[in-house]
Design a protein around this ligand. Structure first.
Ligand code: DP6
Length: 329
C-alpha cells in the first residue's frame, strides 16, 4: 500500500456526437444501446488534477473553483473508487477540475470532465492504462466521455447487458478532415433534464424508442463511411436524421422532454437557408437548445455570420477537430 502523495493532471476535449447515443442496454454498467460517432473539439477543454494524499481524511472535489454538490461529488467518487480497487490504493483524493470553455453558458460537458478525470486518476494512482482501458473506465461514468479519450473522429459501439469492457475507438485522427463546427448558443441556463435521466425516461415511456433502436445503427454506418470518404453531404444529412430522431424520442417521452427553444428552430431555418443558397452546412442538437453546425473550413465564416444574425442566438464560435486526452505527471 502506498502512503506518499502522488498526483497527476489531465486535459481532455469535449466532443459532439454526429451519430447520437440515446438509451442504455445496461443502466447499471452504463452500456449504450446504440452505436454513436463523434468529433472531438479543440477549445472546449476540461483540465483535472488528482492528488492522492495520506493527510486527507476523505475525498475533496472542487469544480470550477467551488465545492462540488453532493450529486456531482458522488459521480466523481465512484470513479475514484473504481481506480482505488484496480490499484489497491487506499488513500483519499483531492480533485480539482476546470472547464476552459469559451463561455460557461450551458455547454459544460460530462464528456470532457469524465475523460480528464479517468486519465488523471489512473496516472495519479500509478496505473498505466492504455487508451482503450481508459475509455472503458470513462464510459462507466458517462458514455460520451469514452469518446473524449480520443482525438478526431471516434466511434463507441453499442453494447449489451453485462458488458464491462466496452470502449470507444478512433475512426480517423483530427488531421483527416479539416471540418469546422460552428456553435450557436441560443439560451442561457442549465439544461432542464440531464441526459442520463432523459434517456432512461425515453426507454421506459416513448412509443418511438424501439424504432430509434432499430434505425440508429443505420445512421452510424452511413456517417462512418462518409467520414472515411470525406463526403460532407452524406454525413450531414445522416447527422440531421440522427439528431431529429433522438429528439423525437425525447419529445414523445412521458412527461415529454422538449430541449428546444424558439431560437433552436430559428437556427435550423438559417442552416436550411444556407443550404438553399449553396452553402453545405448541417445542424445537430444535444440535450439542450444550442445548435451546432458542421461545415467545411472555407464556409465557416459565412455560417457563423448567418447564425449571428439569427434571432435568439446569443453567441457563436467556431471549433475544429481536437486532440487525444493528455496526461501530465
Ligand atoms: C444527447 O454521455 O451525458 O449528448 O452516459 O448517462 O452520462 P450518460 O449520458 P451522456 O449522454 C450524451 C447524450 C447526447 C448524445 C451524445 O453525446 O451521443
Amino acid at each position: 500500500m502506498n502512503d506518499r502523495v502522488t498526483e497527476a493532471s489531465a486535459r481532455a476535449c469535449a466532443n459532439i456526437a454526429l451519430a447520437k447515443y440515446w438509451g442504455k442496454a445496461d443502466a447499471k454498467r452504463n452500456v449504450p444501446a446504440v452505436p454513436s460517432i463523434s468529433l472531438t473539439l479543440d477549445q472546449l477543454v476540461t483540465e483535472t488534477r488528482v492528488r492522492f494524499d495520506p493527510a486527507l481524511p476523505s475525498d475533496v472535489v472542487r469544480l470550477d473553483g467551488r465545492r462540488a454538490t453532493a450529486a456531482e461529488a458522488e459521480r466523481v467518487v465512484t470513479m475514484l473508487d473504481r481506480v482505488r480497487r484496480e490499484s489497491q490504493l487506499r488513500l483519499s483524493a483531492h480533485v480539482t477540475s476546470h472547464n476552459h470553455f469559451p463561455t460557461a453558458a450551458g455547454l459544460a460537458s460530462s464528456a470532457s470532465g469524465f475523460a480528464a478525470l479517468a486519465a488523471a486518476t489512473c496516472a495519479a494512482a500509478g496505473l498505466r492504462f492504455n487508451a482503450r482501458r481508459l475509455s472503458a473506465l470513462a464510459r462507466a461514468s458517462s458514455a460520451s466521455a469514452a469518446r473524449s479519450i480520443y482525438g478526431g473522429f471516434v466511434e463507441l459501439p453499442a453494447g449489451s447487458r453485462g458488458d464491462v469492457d466496452l470502449a470507444a475507438r478512433q475512426i480517423a485522427p483530427p488531421e483527416h478532415w479539416n471540418l469546422r463546427l460552428v456553435v450557436a448558443l441560443t439560451e442561457l441556463g442549465e439544461k432542464k433534464v440531464g441526459s442520463t435521466e432523459g434517456m432512461e425516461r425515453s426507454r421506459k415511456t416513448s412509443p418511438y424508442y424501439q424504432a430509434w433502436l432499430d434505425q440508429a445503427p443505420k445512421w452510424s454506418r452511413k456517417i462512418k463511411r462518409a467520414i472515411k470518404e470525406r463526403d460532407l453531404d452524406t454525413l450531414g444529412s445522416a447527422m440531421e436524421q440522427s439528431t431529429l430522431a433522438f429528439h423525437c424520442c425525447a419529445i414523445t417521452s412521458d412527461p415529454p422532454i422538449l430541449y428546444w427553444a424558439p431560437a433552436t428552430l430559428a437556427a435550423l431555418a438559417t442552416v436550411r437557408g444556407l443550404r438553399e443558397r449553396g452553402v453545405p452546412a448541417w445542424a445537430t442538437m444535444d440535450a439542450g437548445p444550442h445548435v451546432k453546425v458542421l461545415c467545411e473550413v472555407g464556409a465557416a465564416t459565412r455560417v457563423r455570420q448567418a447564425l449571428d444574425r439569427t434571432p435568439g442566438v446569443t453567441r457563436t464560435w467556431v471549433a475544429k477537430p481536437g486532440p487525444d486526452v493528455e496526461v501530465h505527471r
